[in-house]
Design a protein around this ligand. Sequence first.
Ligand SMILES: [Mg+2]
Length: 242
Amino acid sequence: MTGARVVLHVDMDAFYASVEQHDDPRLAGLPVIVGGNGPRGVVAAASYEVRKFGVRSAMPMRQALERCPQAVCVRPRMARYQEVSRVVFAIFNEFTPLVQGLSLDEAFLDVSASREPVARIAAEIKRRIRERTGLSASVGAATNKLVAKIASDLNKPDGLTLVTPQTLRATLDPLPVRRLPGLGGKTTKFLFGGPSNFNMEAHALIPRSFNTSASGRLGSRRRVSMIIQSCKFSRNSASATK
Ligand SMILES: [Mg+2]
């Protein structure tokens, strides 16, 4: 990717649940749900073991426990997650000052100025995270944030996915367009009339769609603004490399 913008998206794998499994080895390998287990409790994080039962974050705890009655429920320890997050973000800052955090466990890193090959940078970030936290992260690398974010999700957990301009279409085209960050079923239906693949025509449609008044109908403001930001970044990065 010489000369082009190089963006990494680093995302810790099942972050809260992985911290709990790391801190309490008795939880290792078990279906762990982090969240409140009161009548209105919601799943804040699900370990990979419990995801096999169809448990997902943001699911009502009652429903999660119907799907996996043997799950171990753990109350969130935000202070601990913040502590681990600080370690992870300190590692990001060892590679670039251009770090944009999205949450405690997720960030974009612009490493365009680095002379190292991007695959080596990504592998070294993962190695330092594992060394200092005992946890795994997945990294996606691309020439813009949107694709980097999609890429980090493709080989989770412990993934490292590089998308170059040459492999962009082969990587994106087979994917359901729902892989776009923040895009849910309703939005997909609204934009594409139903489930759609990430083919070039759909791909070309997306930035335009999200920049029209259509955005008013696309669910929560936060999700919409995130998608728009991703799309804007794609355009900005094209001009920034000139
Ligand atoms: Mg994560």
